[in-house]
Design a protein around this ligand. Structure first.
Ligand code: NAI
Length: 338
């Protein structure tokens, strides 16, 4: 097998980025087909991605495109069913986060992955493939901060992207499952434990539109883990300055911060009003290396017969914990697990 032939579903805000990467950046991969229900997106794919077969129906793409693998970057509420359908046809699957919009749905995907041990399944927790996060993880595993005590993660989209976020809200299953899963995954990864209690709060501080989904525009959760370590996360949509993803891990002997100022680059601009550090404005800008690295890892795993570090269980657990956080937020209750 020289090149892994990939069919990609979803050509929206993130899907087109993955499509460009597969078509131009990822080694040993071919973007064989794309699928979207938005005609303009398919038109753009035809114009910009070269010879690629375009489909408006996912099942038809699986039937006709002669694929080895699929990349699922469609709306979150489709991930589970599309993953199971692809696995049952013998295709390797890369699926964007979240694995599913409910714990129950995730269990069905987990079952399908277990039934197809010969196939590679990978979930798109791309922060683990960002060089800074990977470096922080290495330092923690080497004991640099001693015993990790606290994880703090802020993930706040820019206010300038609120239009797209509100449009997507009906499919997202809420801020914890849509955005909070990233920090839930990182907390589990860095703290090497599972939560035993979750308490969440939040509100509609700038966008009442979220109230009709029982959601907030900024929500936060505090968790205690089985090994007694703590995690605090904020998921929001109203950062005035840009795409604010900031992480801190505090240990008994030191602490590590990643992206403490969400800088676009290392440049500082000096003028009459002072010194400015520009901020990154979007997830493709901040995590462009991570998105390419994770897709390369998916392709390499298929070619080398390996399994990726991010597993279906990471998807199941992160959605389950995000569901508990959502429940805590909605019912104003402390959730004790187990
Ligand atoms: P979007 O709303 O911009 O695009 C959704 C895409 O799904 C569209 O191309 C649409 O045609 C396609 N789609 C919807 N229903 C379909 C159907 N029945 N059959 C085939 N295609 C269908 O969404 P966006 O922002 O690109 O998000 C897509 C996924 O990527 C979401 O699950 C989201 O959680 C995830 N994501 C992950 C990010 C990360 O940081 N890892 C960042 C942004 C999104």
């Amino acid at each position: 097998m020289n090149k892994i032939r990939i069919g990609l579903v979803g050509l929206g805000r993130l899907g087109f980025k993955h499509a460009e990467n597969i078509s131009r950046v990822i080694k040993h991969a071919e973007l064989k087909a794309v699928c979207s229900i938005v005609p303009d997106e398919l038109g753009r794919a035809k114009a910009e991605l070269g010879a690629v077969n375009c489909f408006t129906d996912y099942t038809e793409m699986l039937d006709k495109a002669d694929l080895d693998a699929v990349a699922i970057v469609s709306s979150s509420d489709l991930h589970g069913a599309q993953t199971v359908e692809a696995l049952n046809r013998g295709l390797h699957v890369f699926c964007e986060k979240p694995l599913g919009v409910s714990f129950q749905e995730c269990l069905e995907v987990e079952k399908a992955v277990a039934e197809h041990k010969d196939l590679v399944f990978m979930l798109g927790f791309m922060r683990r493939y960002d060089p800074s996060y990977a470096y922080a993880k290495k330092k923690i595993d080497e004991g640099y901060i001693g015993r990790p005590i606290l994880f703090r993660g802020y993930s706040v989209d820019p206010e300038s992207a609120i239009g797209g976020a509100l449009k997507y809200a009906a499919h997202s299953a809420g801020q914890f499952i849509d955005m909070g899963v990233h920090d839930i995954d990182l907390a589990r990864w860095f703290l090497q434990s599972e939560p035993k209690s979750v308490y969440a709060i939040g509100g509609c501080f700038a966008h009442d539109e979220y109230a009709k989904y029982g959601d907030g525009d900024n929500v936060s959760a505090l968790m205690q883990f089985e090994n007694e370590s703590m995690a605090f996360l904020l998921a929001g949509r109203t950062a005035p300055h840009g795409y604010n993803v900031e992480t801190e891990i505090i240990g008994t002997k030191g602490q590590i911060r990643i992206g403490a100022v969400p800088q676009k680059n290392l440049v500082e601009l000096f003028d009459q009003s002072g010194v400015t550090k520009e901020c990154s404005q979007s997830f493709p800008e901040r995590f462009h290396e991570a998105f390419a690295n994770e897709m390369q890892e998916f392709v390499d795993c298929i070619l080398e017969g390996r399994k990726p570090e991010v597993t279906v269980q990471d998807g199941v657990r992160s959605t389950q914990i995000a569901e508990w956080a959502t429940q805590s937020f909605k019912n104003k209750e402390l959730i004790k697990i187990g």
